[in-house]
Design a protein. Structure first.
Length: 64
C-alpha cells in the first residue's frame, strides 16, 4: 500500500462522494471504483464507435 495524501474538497463534494460509497468503504476505494467504471465506459464507447463503421470491415479471406 502506498503513502496517503490529503486532497482538499468542498464539503458538498465530500457528501456527494460519500453517497457513491458503501457502508465501511473508504474514500480511496470509492474513487478507485469510480475511476475503473470511467475507464470501462470509455473503453466500451470506443468499441461501439469502431463497430459503427463495420460496413468498412473486410472479411479475412478477402485480405489474405
Amino acid at each position: 500500500m502506498g503513502d496517503l495524501t490529503t486532497i482538499p474538497v468542498y464539503k458538498d463534494t465530500r457528501e456527494k462522494l460519500k453517497a457513491y460509497g458503501f457502508k465501511g468503504e473508504t474514500y480511496d476505494k470509492i474513487l478507485q471504483r469510480l475511476m475503473e467504471k470511467v475507464e470501462y465506459t470509455s473503453f466500451m464507447e470506443r468499441q461501439y464507435e469502431i463497430l459503427s463503421h463495420k460496413d468498412k470491415f473486410k472479411p479475412l479471406d478477402e485480405i489474405a
